[in-house]
Design a protein around this ligand. Sequence first.
Ligand code: UDP
Length: 458
Amino acid sequence: MNNPNSNPNPKGHVIVLPYPAQGHINPLLQFSKLLVRKGLKVTFAATPYTINLIHEPTVSVEPISDGYDEGGFNHAPSVESYIESYRSVGSKTLSELIMKLRHSSCAVNCIVYDSMLTWALDVAKQFGIYGAVFLTNAASVCCIYWEMKLGNLVFPLEKLVFPISFPGLPTPLGVSDLPSFIARPDDHKGYLDAIMGIFHTLENNDWVFCNTFQELETQALDGKWPVIPVGPMVPSAYLHQPSSEDTAYGATLWNPTSSKSYMTWLGTKPPRSVVYVSFGSMATMTVKQAEEIATGLKASKKSFIWVVKESWEILPEGFISGLSDAGLVVTWCNQLEVLAHPAIGCFVTHCGWNSVLEALSIGVPMVAVAQWSDQPTNAILVEVVWGVGTRAQKDPDGVLSGKELEKCIREVMDGGKSEDLKRSASKWSESAARALSVGGTSDKDINEFVKILMSGKG
Ligand code: UDP
């Protein structure tokens, strides 16, 4: 595809290869945009199922097949078979793409690939070009996987002598505080195998990038493992650069609620008075959980915007019709715009890493309702390490009760702790902006990478 805004004479050309999920496409597309702005040519390789959902004019987009061109990973019988299909079909189509681009103005000299797609490094090696992995988790979470690769976490975990400690995380940690892929490996074998594949081959990469920044995770980035923090991958308009034209990631896999009427509604609300609730793109909600959240939101007596991407039939009967002006339910929204609106005072989040980084960068305190994957560990970072939120406790069946939600919302918005949370959130947002501003820690490391690729090597 044509890329009208790219450097006419680029000396370095990167293929960026994301895992085709919203929380992976967003940071990798953002990284691509930064590289283009710094003068590299970037080809973003997207699966046929997701390619039409990418609308970023500064980046060239080319298709690469995962073997599920019609329905994407939702049509695969299991995570394991999807990842295997992407490996076998993807390796072949990635090689074909590199060969095709050999005849373009500037041959590909590097592949930056998502941490779920280890096989891309083999393709880079076959072609004798650079290979760089992009880790989409927090560095503190990566350190846990790194310890596992070193053999310092043995199964069953219950036999480990707790407390164990990890850089950047408080002690003691319980098994349930670890990423669920480790805490419950039998439930998530496909994901755990894919992630461990990355950590076993980490040192074979020419660069290991991580979507974080130095000040945020100093201890986890202390040189014990090879990593370069280049984040936060948040469009620059949300990093204290309001005049920036970089106002969106450039891809959405979901249809937002029509016409952004929610932004108009937000405009009618006082500063810091509204709760924003979203559990990201992957987690699903049960009827019971929806009922408890509805009860908690009502009881909090705060205005709210709640993203319910599931069928709204899971909501309690009469909930939508009884909302009046107090709340809005949307199927999907532009989360960055919502978080950055002055009316937002609290983000009830599942603690997906992108959501956490967005809230930190914009300075919004959080209620952490972790679901699975790295989210329980991210929730600890949010509450204990960075002091920007409070963790909601679930009942023994894993349900967040309405009472608990109400209590946490009050704590974040009105309680004695709320001023401290706001102060910390604002401090971290300044620090996030510094990392990517000219001469900031992340900016310098990205420049180093660009300089090497521009020298034409690889
Ligand atoms: N997001 C959005 N609108 C929504 C909900 C989420 O734009 O209504 C975006 C959000 O800004 C984030 C991504 O979707 O960049 C979700 O990634 P995250 O890592 O937080 O969670 P995941 O979806 O991977 O669980």
